[in-house]
Each structure stands twice: as structure tokens, then as C-alpha cells.
Design a protein. Sequence first.
Length: 300
Amino acid sequence: MNISSMTGFSRADGSFENDMSKYSFSFEIKTVNAKGLDIKIKLPSGFEELEGEIKNQISQNFVRGTFNVFLNLQNESQNADVKINNELLDVLKNEALKIYFENEDMFSKPSPVELFKIPGVVKVADYVLDDESKILLHKAVFETLDTALQKLKDDRLKEGEKIANALLHILDEIDLKRQSVEKITQNSQENIRLKISEQIKNLVNDPNVSAERLEQEVLFYVMRADVQEEIDRLRAHVQTARDIFKNGGPVGRRLDFLCQELNRETNTLCSKSMDLEQTKIGMELKALIEQFREQVQNME
């Protein structure tokens, strides 16, 4: 089955290096359920221009899901210009020493390494890539994105297969319940006929019931007794669902619509029921259809 879940995760690493610069980077992509395609991207400063093409590549490969895309990039170039904000460092150093001397029993001696970690103390001015190097870097980034997207596809397919198997099992249970209802209606036709005859007899003997009212009541009981149309539709919907799984591809929206149709026919079965066992099975059918619907929400 070529069926995908909307839940998945992937990571792919890449790198780029030339005479002047060296970069390592990785894509992390997490996806969860959504009604449509919702893409959220977090890029490092200076790489915002890649957002449009990243969204384009995702939309070409996926139909539904909320995508959280993270590009982590590290400049490992040896020619970066490191500058220290000595003014800020002096202020932080003096304050740290003051706190330390006033509370020597509570704190360890301040470390320069910790001070350098404070935002704004150390500034790294990266080597500015020329146009050719920038194009090559972007190409390497998108090659890594392709790898991450393929891994994500594989992960969603594996999850989709698990869910599909669970859904097919629920469909089997739904069809068994449908068969049970059909057997009940076939076996209880005589009892239903007797009930209707008794109710009509009571209406005929009631002087307050007009001929028009009698005709309406007879039609009402006859319509309630006939549930074969609903049973046939349930059978057809189950077969349609199985065909959808067999054909594969994005199935979520079609299965969600089928859930509504299955539920509609089951509600009618319950409302027409003139047998306690049929009502019980109808309620069990509704529970199964709800389980089916909940699982379908995970499908692309």
C-alpha cells in the first residue's frame, strides 16, 4: 500500500567547503496532522531567501500536514573575524566579581568562558561569500533538503501502512456487524409483520383515526421495517473504502467523507430499528465508525 500518515520526522546532514569558507548544516523536519498543507520554516540569519523554494519543494512532494522545518547551519571557516565587545565585557566582569565577593560561600569564582557565552560579548563577522560560492552553498543545502524530504516520505509511509492495516481491520468489523444486522432483519421479518399488523389493527379499531391517518401510519411502519437499502449502502461504502486503500495515494479526505456516509446509514438503521438486538449492533457500529474516523485524521 502506497499510503502515508501525516505524522513523521526526518533529519539529513550536509556540508559545503571551498578555499575561503566551510559550512556544515542539517535539516530537521517534523510533521503532524492538518486539514491542509501548513509549512513553518526556521532559517538562520542570512538565509531567509531560501524560504520560498523550500516551501515549493515541500508542496511538490506532500499534500497535507503541518510541517515544521529547521535549518541548522554552522560556519566552520577559519577566516572569520572575531570581535570582543570589551565595554560590555568589563561591565559584566565587574558585576560578576561584585556578586562573587559578596557571596563567596554561595558562588564559584566567575569564569571568562561563561562571560564570553553571553549574547553580545563576542561578535563573529563571517567571510562574505561571493556570488558563485553562494550559489554552490545553496545548491548543497537543497540537495540535503531533498534527502530529508525523501526520508520523511519513507517515515510517513511506514506509519501510514500501520494505520492502514488498523483501518482495514476496523472495516472488517464494520462489515461483520452489517452482516449481523442483515441476518436479524431476514430472520425477524415474521415478527415485524405481526407487530405491524397488531399496530394497524389497533388503529383500524380506533374510531378517532381517519383513513388518511391510517394510510400514513401504515406507510410509516412499512418504511421502518425496510432497512435493506441502508444495509446495501453500508456494504457499498465498505467496499469503496477497501478500493481506496488498494489504489493508494492521498486517501485522508476521501476516507473522511466515507466516515460521514457510514455514520449516516448507521443512524438510519438505529432510528428504524424494531428489534433490541439490531439497536445494540447499530450502537456498536457507531462506535466502530468513530474509531475509524479518529484514525483517518492521521492519514494524508
